[in-house]
Design a protein around this ligand. Structure first.
Ligand code: BGC
Length: 759
């Protein structure tokens, strides 16, 4: 009886809290509907219009620039709903004031910015963070980035980029979580939660934006902005899952892309934006276009002019126009002509106002512009410590012959050599928001801080990597001829016990518009390696890249290789932590490293084909290259540790399951080495016979565990229909009975295997 009373009380409490929630929701709806009712068509269109900053908002609008003056007038008239690239508490406050105090309804602006992997404190690039296989770190870095951005007046980041990237030629692989939809989904969700926290209205959180919806990373030949031709099976199983995960994580906004899919510009895709995102997935935030992607509908050849582009975009479900001026110039006219239903514009405005409401901007439009906080909460020691923690966990040990690493801090003579060895800028990565140029800790600085006074460090640059412009927009020019620094580098190497050779990519070699047809090391870096190799074989390559690179000779000859990526503000310290064993590396590749560019795109979850390899090397009539193996240089999921992990065989709790059942998969993992270490235990499946051929392996679970030296841990995974089904090309999720293989291991190749049946 007493239990029953408790139950009733619990039920009553639940009902009260539900109805409170409903009331909250309806308060939001009420507010937005009341506001919409007051708005003219022009004011609604204004909300859909987003401009970039054209001058320092705190200074006067330049008189001689008609465009800028015009912008000021538009702000006052309420014709702008959002701005991007306005930075700083003072500048955002000024712009906000202009709108709030002058426009008829005083609807606040929402300020967007590309806060991709940090605001002022730079974290490793997103690809690197994914190499940690620890989504909690992405949550942490996003939380810190959000805080620094929020106190500078930013309400909204254009991140995370959740495009699954399979092609190393595409420069924007640095911005995503790699090639796998399962790992990508985990990181996508964590990033959204990190940026947004559990309350968008909190002054230290910002709205996130899942981009680029969808398929952008599948540009033909890895050339940025190129057309995308993919089948619906790939769309649903590979491209869309991380986007869906962000909706499950309550992401506030989406951004569409520059690309077409099978001829249709995604910015105009009613299927993606209306049917799927806002329909089936129930997304209630808004979709912003990519920069002028509405204007580019015309350039693609899918609209006759900007006006038709506007019509196609609004009908397709793009709510906000970033910089195309298509909506502000044409939507009213399209409504008057009866070509566009006004309700579409009201609906888009509703979605935008809703997010502004959730951000608390109507309550206090200046909530996010706090000059005091901006000073005290920026680039703090705590933030830098977080950046170092994330960076060291993101690094992947690719090779470690003779256990040359970790180095003893007592090592007598260390040569720190290479174009990136004392580079304080590249570690900041591309998409570096408000990072101060050349502010990262370089490898040289990190090593110097890590060693004792008895160690002699000899530094030599060896060669410059680039001799041309280094910025966001200009094409770099690589150094192909100046070898004047070789001599000093070779000398330093000859006089040392070990050489730390920092090579790889400048940070402006990856990122938007940075596609490459050659993914080997640029300039004279290979030559520098070869010269050093002649005098000292103890080369530890510290590889700093924003993408997978092809380094076949280095992979063969270097004694050790540590992939550090572009590792952020604290990069040099984090690298030293790993090199000297203060941190035992635990990163695993979130992307496959090809042997050469001809293998691109290369990824682990390929399909078997009717003529798989593995028969005889002499026989060409199977799916293979005649001049290189099919296998990559380093597979997905790969990464070494300073200790050794041994896997037991797989134990299944049953051999047969039903469609709605579950199966438990477990292994024991022993640390048989002499130091403690973390291992990323990975689970893959293969649906052996399905209606549509399934990949040879698909990641369906992972767990990062700390295992002490000598210790054994049992790791268990549960598989249900959530992991065992897949999408038919029509978009329907189907679970098909039959045989499944299950694999568990420390990377996608070296695995234990078992099999079960679904009835
Ligand atoms: C990029 C987006 C970015 C936008 C705003 C575009 O060129 O594709 O990812 O958010 O610019 O800076």
């Amino acid at each position: 009886m007493r239990n029953l009373n408790w139950l009733m009380l619990l039920l009553a409490l639940l009902l009260v809290s539900c109805s409170q929630k409903q009331q909250q929701l309806s308060e939001e709806d009420q507010f937005v509907e009341d506001l919409l009712a007051k708005m003219t068509l022009a004011e609604k269109v204004g909300q859909l219009n987003q401009y970039t900053s054209r001058w320092e908002m705190t200074g006067p609008a330049p008189k001689d620039n008609a465009g800028a003056q015009d912008l000021l007038e538009q702000l006052k008239a309420g014709s702008v709903g959002s701005m991007l690239n306005v930075n700083g508490a003072e500048a955002t406050r000024k712009a906000q004031q202009t709108v709030v105090e002058n426009s008829r309804l005083g609807i606040p602006l929402i300020f967007g910015y590309d806060v991709i992997h940090g605001y002022k404190t730079m974290f490793p690039i997103p690809l690197a963070e994914a190499a940690s296989w620890n989504p909690e770190l992405a949550r942490l870095s996003s939380e810190v980035a959000a805080k620094e951005a929020a106190v500078s007046g930013i309400n909204w980041t254009f991140a995370p980029m959740v495009d699954v990237g399979r092609d190393a030629r595409w420069g924007r692989v640095m911005e995503g979580a790699g090639e796998d939809p399962y790992l990508g989904s985990a990181f996508a969700k964590a990033r959204v939660e990190g940026f947004q926290g559990d309350d968008l209205g909190n002054e230290f959180t910002i709205a996130a934006c899942a981009k680029h919806f969808a398929g952008y990373a599948f540009s033909e030949s890895g050339r940025d902005y190129n057309s995308v031709e993919i089948g619906n099976e790939t769309l649903h199983n590979i491209v869309l899952p991380p986007f869906k995960a962000t909706v499950e994580g309550n992401v506030a906004t989406f951004m569409n892309g520059f690309n077409t899919i099978n001829g249709l510009p995604v910015t105009a895709s009613g299927y993606l934006q209306r049917d799927l995102l806002k329909g089936e997935w129930n997304f209630d935030g808004f979709v912003v276009s990519d920069w002028n992607s509405i204007g580019e509908i015309e350039t693609h050849g899918a609209a006759a002019d900007l006006k038709e582009s506007a019509e196609r975009a609004i009908k397709g479900g793009s709510d906000m126009d970033m910089e195309a001026r298509a909506y502000i110039n044409h939507l009213e006219e399209l409504v008057i002509e009866g070509k566009v239903d006004e309700e579409l514009i009201t609906e888009a405005a509703r979605r935008i106002l809703r997010i502004k409401y959730r951000l608390g901007l109507f309550e206090d439009p200046y909530r996010y512009c706090n000059v005091e906080n901006e000073k005290s909460m920026m680039y703090t020691d705590e933030h830098k410590a977080a950046a170092r923690k994330v960076a060291r966990e993101s690094m992947v040990l690719l090779k470690n012959d003779n256990q040359i690493l970790p180095l003893s801090s007592e090592t007598k003579r260390i040569a720190v050599v290479g174009p990136l060895a004392n580079d304080k800028d590249s570690p900041l990565g591309n998409w570096r928001a408000k990072a101060v140029s050349h502010s990262a800790v370089s490898l040289l600085e990190g090593v110097k801080a890590a060693v004792g006074s008895s160690t002699k460090i000899k530094y030599a640059e060896g060669c410059q990597l680039s001799i041309g412009p280094r910025n966001f927009t200009d094409r770099m020019i690589f150094n192909e001829s100046d070898r004047s620094g070789f001599r000093a580098a070779v000398k330093a190497a000859r006089q040392s016990d070990v050489v730390l050779l920092a090579i790889g990519e400048d940070c402006y070699q990856s990122g938007e518009g940075r596609s490459m047809t050659d993914i080997t090391l640029k300039g004279l870096q290979q030559e520098l390696f070869d010269e050093i190799y002649k005098v000292n074989k103890n080369i530890v390559v510290v590889l700093m890249t924003g993408r997978p690179v092809a380094i076949p000779e280095i992979a063969e000859k270097a004694t050790a290789i540590l992939e550090t990526w572009h590792s952020g503000t604290e990069g040099g310290h984090a690298i030293a932590d790993v090199l000297f064993g203060k941190y035992n590396p635990s990163g695993k590749l979130p992307v496959t490293f090809p042997r050469n560019v001809g293998q691109c795109p290369i990824f682990y979850n390929y399909k078997n084909t009717g003529r798989p390899t593995g028969q005889t090397d002499a026989w060409v009539l199977y799916s293979c290259y005649n001049d290189a193996p099919n296998s990559p240089q380093y597979p997905f999921g790969y990464g070494l540790s300073y200790t050794q992990f041994d896997y037991s065989d797989i134990t299944l709790d049953k051999n047969t399951i039903t469609k709605d059942g579950k199966i438990n998969v477990s292994v024991s993992v022993s640390n048989s080495g002499s130091v403690d270490g973390e291992e990323v235990v990975q689970l893959y499946i293969q649906d052996i016979a399905a209606t549509y051929a399934r990949p040879v392996k698909e990641l369906k679970g992972f767990e990062k565990v700390m295992i002490k030296a000598g210790e054994t841990k049992t790791i268990s995974f549960e598989l249900t229909e959530k992991e065992l089904g897949y999408y038919f090309p029509c978009g329907k999720y189907v679970v098909e009975p039959g045989q499944f293989k299950v694999f568990v291991g420390g990377n996608s190749v070296d695995v234990k295997q078992a099999q079960f049946v679904m009835q």
